[in-house]
Design a protein. Structure first.
Length: 107
């Protein structure tokens, strides 16, 4: 699983949760030239990641992309949909419902 995140505290929590669910995790703070995997989680709030460009590139490579942002950041949610996110969730949903979100996207 690919995680595009530049918030070290958030990424640590997310990495730990994914590993506890049995997933291998690759954490990156910028879009890799040749991303590996088939599912990516990306912070749509990141000013440094250029998240919407990254979402488009990942979708072109066949990735399922889970975008996350604050529940009040509706503009980011809309831009994530336009860029091609497979699913967009609030930060709290990603924290508390990660297993369910993954189960719904990755049978």
């Amino acid at each position: 699983m690919l995680i595009l995140e530049d918030n070290l505290i958030w990424s640590g929590r997310l990495r730990q949760a994914l590993r506890a669910l049995g997933h291998e995790v690759e954490f990156v703070s910028e879009m890799p030239i040749e991303p590996s995997g088939h599912v990516a989680i990306i912070n749509l709030s990141s000013p440094r990641l250029n998240p919407f460009d990254a979402v488009s590139k990942l979708r072109e490579k066949g990735f399922l992309v889970i975008g996350h942002a604050g529940h009040k950041e509706k503009e980011l949610w809309e831009r994530g949909r336009e860029a091609g996110c497979s699913r967009i969730v609030s930060n709290s949903e990603l924290t508390f419902k990660l297993e369910t979100i993954l189960a719904e996207l990755v049978p």
